[in-house]
Write a protein that binds this ligand. Structure first.
Ligand code: ADP
Ligand code: MG
Length: 416
């Protein structure tokens, strides 16, 4: 809780992970010496055809670039039933053109995108390889063991959640102690988990070492290779890569931060980050506006305790200005699921009367259409409450956290 006591010196916010496209991930991994097939990004059909000419052929793969997996088995909304998905093999210029035309601008729905799908604005044209076997290999932060871990499975190319559910014994986790860093035995353990021998085992150990370097060197949160393929001529190749970086470390990786594709990010979370608001969309009905991450968590808990679910996590931070409060209200209300809002603010450095003025102004500006319960506590709390009660707005005041949660749940049920 040090951050709450020393707000000037210690910022208590955190950033969401930064994800990048497959083609960007592969370019990055190649720099660390990870074997990937040659390939080029393309933003138009013509560019896709042009870049395919730089590849040796005879097999090309045209891949939709969206921040979601399951593209191969995905479906395009605009194309008739039975059409191919977002990963297509092509053998001629015409086939590359056809695949690119069918994908660009259309909406791809996969098991990871949800029903809305994602519009494909970029393609990746890459060398087609002859696959003998597909594996799964990931490096991630294992929160249970407090280590960086490799997750390896012989069951590659398919949805790893399904493997984990149906055959958990086929998933192996190998922790790396930060005191030793990556050692040759970690590489052998990864190769063993993939049941590889001889030269392929050496290649697997080498890939693991390079992935570990890439993971540390980029402050990654996750590098997921699915599939890691053995080709017909006995080479290990990364055919798909999903990379996410720790958002909090982006300040020291300006080059990586530039790889962000904002069209892929959640619109509300992106808007929130512009105002330095820590916002995460959740599935419930009660919008929450709170200052301080700990108080925000407690507020979400107490909403659940009263039988409803929070629609979001939102920490407006220590210095909640009128502009910030207004932006926060707009972001919460833009979510059609929100049936009521609970504001829970502790006025420490910020005074309660200033916060109350901000809430009233913001509520008027956005034409608040759902019940609003406000719990204020701290400096100038009486003045703050008076501002709320004389505002002419239907704001329900609350005295403490339990009272606030009960009131917002009751108000929402009254309307329903
Ligand atoms: P997603 O996981 O989003 O479906 P992948 O890149 O994993 O996309 O592609 C799906 C499947 O397509 C892979 O499991 C692999 O069998 C095949 N594939 C992908 N890239 C290539 C490639 N360069 N050459 C040959 N086959 C490929
Ligand atoms: Mg894949």
């Amino acid at each position: 809780m040090l951050c709450f006591r020393l707000p000037r010196f210690y910022r208590c916010t955190w950033e969401s992970p930064v994800n990048i496209h497959e083609y960007q991930a592969k370019e990055l991994l190649a720099k660390f010496g990870v074997p990937v097939p040659a390939g080029y990004a393309a933003m138009s059909v013509e560019e896709a055809v042009e870049v395919s000419k730089k590849l040796p052929g005879p097999l090309y793969v045209v891949k939709a670039q969206i921040h979601a997996g399951g593209r191969g088995k995905g479906k395009f909304k605009e194309l008739p039933e039975g059409s191919k998905g977002g990963v297509r093999l092509a053998r001629t210029e015409d086939e590359v053109r056809h695949a690119a035309t069918e994908m660009l601008g259309n909406t791809l729905v996969t098991i990871q995108t949800g029903e809305a799908g994602k519009q494909v604005n970029r393609l990746y044209v890459t060398d087609g390889v002859d696959i003998a076997k597909e594996f799964y290999l990931a490096v991630l932060v294992n929160r249970a063991s407090g280590r960086i871990s490799f997750v390896a499975s012989t069951e590659g190319g398919m949805d790893i959640e399904t493997v984990a559910h149906d055959t958990p014994e086929k998933i192996h986790s190998i922790d790396v102690d930060p005191a030793t860093g990556f050692q040759p035995h970690h590489g052998r353990a990864v190769a063993g988990a993939l049941q590889l021998n001889g030269d392929l085992a050496k290649q697997a150990a080498n890939v693991a070492a390079k992935l570990y370097d890439a993971f540390l060197g980029t402050d990654a949160e996750q590098i997921e290779i699915n599939p890691l393929a053995v080709t017909d001529d006995g080479k290990l190749m990364v055919l798909d890569a999903k990379v996410g970086f720790d958002g909090n470390a982006m300040f020291r990786h300006k080059d990586l931060a530039e790889l962000r594709d904002e069209t892929e990010e959640d619109a509300a979370e992106l808007e929130a980050s512009k105002y330095d608001l820590a916002y995460i969309k959740l599935d419930g009905d009660i919008g929450c506006m709170v200052n301080g991450a700990g108080l925000a968590m407690a507020t979400m808990d107490i909403i659940k305790l009263n039988g409803m679910f929070p629609a979001n996590f939102l920490d407006v931070g220590g210095g909640a200005s009128k502009e910030k409060v207004t932006a926060a209200f707009k972001i919460i209300l833009a979510d059609p699921a929100v049936k009521g809002i609970l504001v829970n603010i502790f006025g420490g450095i910020m005074k309660c009367d200033i916060i109350a003025e901000g809430i009233v102004a913001a509520a008027k500006e956005v034409n608040l259409s759902v019940p609003l319960v406000v719990r204020l506590e701290g400096t100038n709390v009486d003045k703050g409450k008076e501002i709320l009660s004389t505002s002419g707005l239907a704001i329900v005041p609350a005295n403490d956290l339990g009272d606030a949660a009960q009131k917002i749940v009751a108000e929402v049920k009254k309307v329903a």
